[in-house]
Design a protein around this ligand. Structure first.
Ligand code: SAM
Ligand code: SF4
Length: 343
């Protein structure tokens, strides 16, 4: 496969991106929309006991409600949209959602995040639906450990899915891997072999504390410094971040088609370049992954005629966006786990 010429995030931002700002001088170009909080996996750091339906919750947003929301955010200058969850692909209408969102005026970049369990069979459909970029979660390349982390012995299927995503022409294929204490020499060898001839961006993510995983996280979390030091030692070179890029730093090496990178939410200054907002699967606007309950936009998603009112409500919320999360102080806000809000 051809080498990764430039980081997948290098997609250039539209020149006009001045729409929505918060009170800390940050501008917002990127919406992460959760389409469901359900999931079929049981990742140890996220839903260790599997998804449990909560009684009395409103239904998930309909496609019509999502379209109204995305139209409003696009009118405010957000041009990159990620479909996430829970596991977004457990929604039977996921492909239709993707196709519909790809057509919303102003959406220039459509991405998804998935645990990959259906990727091998559906990659072509999702690409054809208009998705440009895909993030696949693989926390370990050891089959037994994968089964133990996720509750599913499906590593081979997920790896096939990554290869299929490359074949069908997604222009950015990334792998998310949560940085845990199990990262040993053997795992590094497997990761290097994985990116040797695959033009994927492998990204370690520092394990974040949530309200449900607090105690366990304290024993498992590893600092991203370990990754930085290892990559520098092995001759990997950090690529400059481009406009519109996320918080990841990607490292390249002449001997490898792919890159290895790091997302380090515990690093000082991580929130300074925040460019994203989140909409939950039940219509709540979350200004931060680790904020409070969220602003319920659903009442304003019921009719097309509410567009102006919806736009005004989003604008009014922006000054409340905090300068940064308080994870280092052990404060995860009201977030029980990332599946609840769209990781
Ligand atoms: N189910 C999909 C998946 O796993 O890719 C999408 C939703 S999941 C919440 C999105 C990403 O958040 C995954 O890559 C997952 O590994 C990551 N994640 C979940 N909980 C996390 C935590 N506590 N700390 C860091 N990353 C986390
Ligand atoms: Fe499901 Fe993703 Fe959470 Fe794993 S990380 S339990 S796949 S939502």
């Amino acid at each position: 496969m051809p080498p990764l010429e430039s980081p997948p995030d290098a997609f250039s931002a539209p020149a006009q991106n001045a729409g929505l700002a918060d009170g800390h001088g940050r501008r917002f170009s990127y919406l992460r929309m959760s389409v469901t909080d359900r999931c079929n996996f049981r990742c140890t750091y996220c839903l260790p006991n599997g998804f449990k339906k909560q009684a009395g919750l409103a239904p998930e947003l309909s496609v019509e409600e999502m379209v109204r929301a995305v139209r409003a955010f696009a009118a405010l200058g957000l041009w990159k949209l990620r479909l996430t969850g829970g596991e977004p692909t457990v929604r039977q209408d996921f492909t239709a959602i993707a196709r519909t969102m790809a057509d919303v005026p102003g959406v220039r970049r459509l991405a998804m995040t998935t645990n990959g369990y259906r990727l091998a069979e559906r990659a072509q459909d999702w690409r054809d639906a208009g998705l440009h970029a895909i993030n696949v979660s693989i926390d370990t390349l050891d089959p037994a450990s994968f089964a133990s982390v996720t509750g599913h012995d499906r590593l081979a299927d997920v790896v096939c899915g990554v290869d299929r995503a490359l074949e069908v022409g997604f222009d950015a294929v990334k792998v998310n891997t949560v940085l845990m204490s199990s990262l040993d020499e053997a795992e590094w060898d497997r990761i290097r072999a994985f990116v040797a001839d695959r033009p994927v961006a492998w990204r370690f993510i520092e394990l974040m504390r949530t309200n449900d995983n607090a105690e366990w996280q304290a024993g498992e979390a590893q600092s991203g410094d370990l990754v930085r030091a290892r990559l520098a030692c092995e001759g990997w070179v950090a690529r400059p971040r481009k406009a519109g890029a996320g918080p990841a730093v990607d490292y390249a090496h002449a001997d490898f088609a792919g890159t290895i990178g790091l997302i380090a939410p515990y690093a000082h200054g991580f929130c300074d370049s925040c460019n994203r907002l989140r909409l939950s699967s039940r219509g709540k606007l979350h200004l931060c992954l680790f904020g409070e309950g969220g602003l319920d936009l659903r009442p304003l998603l019921q009719h097309d005629e509410q567009l102006e009112e919806l736009i005004a409500a989003i604008r009014r919320a922006m000054p409340d966006k905090s300068a940064g999360h308080r994870l280092r102080e052990g404060d995860s806000g009201t977030t029980p786990h990332l599946a609840s809000i769209g990781g």
